[in-house]
Design a protein around this ligand. Structure first.
Ligand code: TXA
Ligand code: MG
Length: 324
């Protein structure tokens, strides 16, 4: 039986550290989505993450740190990387940086690459890493290919039979995963749009972020193992829908009714007021709810592409991509 402990309970931090010290994974809330965390320096602990998720081993994990000193022990920061960390950490920005030879992040967590993806999360997750004293590798706490969790209940429903402890921190504030950037030779490249809008990064450092070319049929070409068909609900997704088809579940945006929605199985709205932050925070939960209606299809209204809309559209495109 999986234990679910509220982060506000006084014993939760120590209980989580104890499980981590045994080399087992713990599901933890972060400001983006829930992560399945384990010691990033321990091969057996990392293996337990891949096993619980059913994740392909060539898809590397993000190492989460409590402070910049912990990050510097494992990866090399250029002046540009320092500025980004200064501007956005703690927060939903992941930096892909060269590994240091003296670093201790295990190659299983980096899939043998010469780089590691590193981020400093906010709040309880950060306290936990500080208490544990080592970086935590943490992918999103869902079975591989499924929708990312934004509540402890989502995690327990998806992984409850495979892990022993879920920490409950309520709803994730941001609701989509971190933005991933490579910082190399003074260039910034976007590997995954996420919780920090690209516009905010460009403004903070005064330079352009390069976006990879689009791949036909799916989302952009991305980090290793970022499969096109990701975040998949059971029902087929139809994007940029302007009319409802009978039996579909409808996900609107901005309170605008969709033609024929009275025939739909369910009607939801990502943000009735048209706020992209609210839409990001609701995205994965509404996809799961729409899926749970048993609708044959889920029709999603157009969502603007600026700011957090870039991450929202990226996740929707992946969820709609053909499956194998
Ligand atoms: O918000 C988040 O980033 C959440 C929370 C839990 O922190 N984590 C998350 O992890 O989304 P995950 O494993 O679902 O996504 C990590 C992505 C993967 O697409 C992986 O391929 C990429 O990061 N990645 C990891 N290490 C990399 C590296 N060295 N170079 C390029 N991409 C890397
Ligand atoms: Mg994931």
């Amino acid at each position: 039986m999986v234990r679910i402990l509220p982060i506000s309970d006084p014993g939760t931090l120590d209980a989580a550290i104890e499980v981590l010290r045994r080399g087992e994974p713990v599901a933890i809330p972060t400001e983006t989505v829930y992560g399945l965390a384990a010691d990033a320096t321990d091969p057996a602990a990392i293996t337990s993450i891949y096993e619980a998720k059913g994740r392909p081993r060539f898809n590397p994990l993000i190492a989460h740190v409590a402070n910049i000193k912990m990050a510097r022990a494992h990866v090399a920061f250029s002046p540009l990387a320092e500025r980004l960390a200064e501007a956005f950490w703690p927060g939903p920005l992941t930096l892909v940086l060269p590994l240091k030879e003296t670093g201790k992040i295990h190659p299983l967590a980096t899939a043998g690459l010469g780089t590691a993806a590193v981020r400093m999360p906010e709040g309880f997750a950060r306290e936990l890493i500080a208490g544990f004293g080592r970086p935590l590798a943490a992918p999103s706490a869902n079975r591989s290919g499924r929708i990312s969790p934004t509540t402890a209940r989502h995690v327990a429903d998806d992984l409850g039979d495979r892990i022993s402890l879920v920490l409950d921190g309520g709803n994730c504030r941001i609701g989509v995963e971190s933005t991933i950037l490579t910082v190399n030779e003074g260039r910034l490249r976007l590997l995954r749009p996420g919780g920090v809008p690209v516009e905010a990064i460009e403004e903070a450092v005064g330079m352009a972020v390069e976006r990879p070319a689009k791949q036909s049929g799916g989302g952009p070409v991305i980090a290793p193992g970022m499969l096109a068909s990701h975040y998949a609900p059971d029902a087929q997704l139809r994007l940029n829908a302007t009319e409802a088809r009978p039996g579909e579940a409808i996900i609107r945006f901005g309170g605008t009714p969709i033609a024929g929605e009275d025939q739909a199985k369910a009607v939801m709205d990502l943000s009735p007021s048209g706020d992209l932050r609210e839409a990001a925070a609701n995205l994965f939960d509404l996809l799961k709810r729409a899926d749970a209606t048993g609708a044959t299809g889920i029709a999603v209204a157009p969502v603007p592409g600026h700011g957090l809309g870039e991450a929202i559209n990226d996740r929707l495109n992946r969820a709609a991509a053909p499956r194998n």
